[in-house]
Design a protein around this ligand. Structure first.
Ligand code: GLY
Length: 409
């Protein structure tokens, strides 16, 4: 892939974890990369809890996504070792495991179902009764009736991760352009660059849209190319555990309470992250009394002692939700435009594998096998006959036809 003097090979729209990891891994493979973001190193990572919970968050019907999640979880230690060589930071990775508990009979039945499903896939999760759960985590409420011990679901600190990726990008020569993308430029049937809201156009051979929950809003793209990504609000609290963590909680504890999910993620620095609501309210990032109340109420049912802890932060972020909860990775129907978005609940978990997949596609034009199920093309409407074609007009094209999946040169 030849360099055009003055132009980057790749412009990445969005400087959150996904945009930065794409930029870093691609720059390491020799391409010139610019990241476009008014505040790189921000985004949903500043709110996320950082659970690497491939097994605990397993859902029926999402086996393909599970395989990608698991591959990324397995990739984490070597990925962080490489990042640590550049930045000197381990990003708060803790191989602490997770305990997923049930508070009442319905929760327990649901958890038993999950356990059976995990077993059918050969996954490692152990059923514990209530007393065994409390032996592991003595602060758990007496009402905990049982739970699943998942020793392979760990955690990382997303704030440290995104800061480390920013440093790694800078060291790898990635240019950070602090501006907002206004539109994608299209000429000759392909994406040719991005224009910023201050009127500059950055031309590039390939454009990656990695703007999280805002990825569905960019102007300039033809119908069928704009990703079907919507914001899914999550409110998260941060408490502080004074003194050593271990007597309080030693691992991530989560539960389904009244159908909603609550989790408590204890960090080595004493922070205890409590999350998260899931709300379909568009761009709204207001922290509400109701959201804080629900999180504290559910967390208190699990671990009554949390009410003694200082509440140090409340915040809301936006997950980039896709129609099937899985990311959109790789080339689009518009040659030169690629997507790395729609990671929904799994952005932090999928960071390593997304970086590798996107760098591979950008440098070789080929989609690795593990990413094939996550092609943006899966949301294109089925081609149907145009009225002319339906009438049998020779040479008439289907109305909804799209160019073949464009693999950038
Ligand atoms: N993965 C946790 C969440 O999105 O709340």
């Amino acid at each position: 892939m030849g360099h055009v003097a003055g132009h980057p090979d790749v412009v990445v729209v969005g400087g959150g974890v996904i945009g930065l990891v794409t930029a870093w891994r691609t720059a390491l493979r020799g391409l010139r990369v610019t990241v476009l973001d008014p505040a790189p190193g921000g985004g949903a990572a500043l709110v996320a809890a950082g659970m690497l919970a491939a097994v605990s968050e397993l859902q029926y019907g999402e086996q393909e996504l599970f395989r990608l999640n698991l591959a990324s979880a397995e990739r984490y230690p070597s990925f962080l070792a490489e990042l640590g060589e550049v930045t000197g930071d381990d990003c708060g990775y803790r191989a602490c495991g997770t305990l997923f508990v049930a508070l009442d009979a319905d929760d327990r039945a649901q958890l038993r179902e999950l356990h059976a499903f995990q077993g059918s896939l050969g996954l490692d999760a152990t059923w514990l009764n209530g007393r065994e759960c409390r032996r592991l985590e003595p602060m758990l409420a007496p009402g905990v009736h049982g739970g699943l011990r998942v020793d392979g679901d760990h955690q990382v600190d997303p704030r440290r991760l995104v800061a480390a990726l920013l440093t790694a990008c800078e060291r790898a020569g990635v240019v950070l352009r602090r501006a907002t993308a206004a539109r994608v430029e299209v000429a000759g049937g392909r994406a040719t660059g991005v224009t910023t809201d201050d009127g500059d156009t950055l031309s590039a051979g390939q454009v990656v849209l990695a703007a999280g929950s805002g990825s569905g809003r960019l102007a300039g793209l033809p119908a069928g190319v704009l990703p079907p990504v919507r914001p899914v609000k999550g409110q998260v609290l941060r408490l502080r555990v004074p003194g050593p963590l271990a007597p309080f909680l030693s691992r991530t504890v989560r539960a389904v309470v009244r159908g909603g999910s609550v989790y408590l993620v204890p960090r080595v620095n004493g922070e205890l992250v409590v999350g998260a609501t899931s709300e379909e309210l568009g761009e709204d990032t207001t922290v509400t009394a109701g959201g804080v109340y629900e999180l504290l109420r559910d967390a208190h049912e699990l671990v009554p002692g949390i009410t003694e802890l200082p509440l140090v932060e409340t915040r809301a972020g936006l997950r980039p939700g896709s129609p099937d909860n899985a990311p959109l990775l790789g080339p689009t129907a518009l040659p030169g435009l690629l997507l790395a978005t729609g990671h929904h609940r799994n952005g932090i978990l999928l960071t390593p594998v997304t970086g590798d997949v996107m760098a591979h596609v950008l440098t070789t034009g080929e989609v690795p096998e593990q990413a094939a199920p996550f092609s943006p093309g899966r949301f294109l409407p089925e081609p149907g006959p145009s009225p002319a074609a339906a009438r049998g007009v020779p040479g008439a094209q289907p109305l909804e036809s799209h160019p073949p999946q464009g693999v950038a040169p």
